[in-house]
Write a protein that binds this ligand. Structure first.
Ligand code: TXA
Ligand code: MG
Length: 346
């Protein structure tokens, strides 16, 4: 499928409320007509299509180049939509929805009903989330169907946190993109399987494991998150992700980074470093990216994917990144960095 033009509906920069409503209703109409449209959520931009329409869902896989065994998250705007899609809502799921919906928590349920089979890649479970971004909620409500949406990047690339990132990856491959400015969280939602007891964490994300435990007590963690030799229970976690074109390595001891940069530079490489505001002035490299501030890790999360994309834009060959504490939002940051680095840790 190719499109002469991918339309940008810039809701972010216009002040005219009627025009904004018109854009949302155009995007909703495309979705109900079986097209795919990118839209902002509070985590990253999603690439949405009608979750009840198999042909529309096939366009998502085609546009992203996504393997068909990787199921999609279904986005809803209200609780009534949920009861039509799942067989059972466990007490744990009930408490978690109460605490974190709308917001960056995806819950896996046993599925029922009319969801297209390619949404769930043949599984008997379905991942569902109610995003908190007002534009996402308005769009799903206006489309009046559950909206399946993976992150709106080409498969393998960092998820998009601006409409420009989406356009860069998917221009000519999708009908349109609703531009709502930069997303807030910057990393994808937490994925938690509530079809098992205790609930099991498949992907760390916007809601931290510490926050989940406060609400439901025990939370199991997919062993593959700690040991890359184990097969992940969530199909998407087995693929290489987020990787910049240059070779990225994570370096635990910051005092080694400058020497590593110098060595690569002597070999004629264009070198880059991923750091934070606190230490950015310490480095000499072709590209130094201060990705947020270490004293508030949510600022690092918000900028991480843009930083990884920037290294690509500047054609950096060798990138060294500082590491972050593996707790709170840091756990999600480290999970994505480890994947982006293909496990290279020094
Ligand atoms: O924040 C987010 O979650 C964003 C925004 C757009 O909502 N979406 C997103 O979707 O990150 P995606 O497709 O990039 O990641 C979905 C993850 C994949 O790892 C997929 O394998 C997993 O959720 N998943 C979906 N359904 C599942 C299921 N039934 N069982 C296990 N894992 C599932
Ligand atoms: Mg993704």
């Amino acid at each position: 499928m190719s499109y002469k033009q991918t339309k940008i509906l810039d809701v972010d920069k216009i002040n005219n409320e009627d025009k904004k409503r018109e854009y949302i209703s155009d995007a909703a109409m495309w979705i109900s007509e079986g097209e795919v449209v990118a839209f902002p959520t509070e985590t990253v931009y999603g690439l949405g299509a009608n979750a009840l329409d198999e042909k529309a869902i096939a366009k998502i896989f085609e546009a992203k180049g996504r393997p068909s065994d990787n199921p999609l998250i279904v986005h809803i705007a209200n609780r009534d939509q949920l009861s039509e899609l799942v067989t059972e809502i466990t007490p744990a799921a009930e408490k978690l929805m109460e605490a974190f919906w709308p917001g960056p928590l995806t819950i896996i349920f046993k599925k029922k009903g009319p969801i297209a089979s390619n949404v769930t890649a043949g599984l008997d479970t379905v991942a569902i989330r109610m995003p908190s971004h007002p534009l996402a909620l308005k769009l799903i409500e206006a489309a009046n169907v559950p909206v399946a949406a993976p992150s709106a990047n080409l498969s393998g690339k960092p998820s998009p946190t601006t409409a420009a990132h989406v356009y860069h990856d998917l221009q000519g491959r999708i009908a349109g993109v609703v531009d709502g400015g930069s997303t807030g969280v910057g990393l994808e939602s937490t994925v938690l399987d509530c079809s098992v007891d205790p609930p099991m964490l498949y992907r760390p994300g916007g809601v931290t494991i510490e926050e989940l435990k406060e609400v439901v007590g025990e939370v199991a963690v997919d062993p593959s998150l700690k040991n890359i030799e184990d097969a992940p229970r969530s199909p998407g976690m087995k693929y290489t992700h987020y990787a910049p074109k240059g070779s990225l390595s994570l370096v635990n001891d910051v005092s080694c980074i400058q020497a590593l940069l110098d060595e690569a530079r002597e070999q004629g490489k264009k070198v880059g470093v991923l750091t934070t505001e606190e230490r950015a002035a310490e480095y000499e490299a072709d590209t130094v990216i201060a990705c947020g501030a270490r004293e508030d890790l949510s600022t690092v999360a918000a900028k991480l994917y843009d930083a990884l994309r920037q290294f690509d834009q500047e054609n950096v060959d060798v990138i060294y990144s500082e590491t972050f504490p593996n707790e709170g939002v840091g756990a999600a940051i480290m999970n994505r960095l480890e994947k982006a680095a293909g496990g290279r840790v020094i």
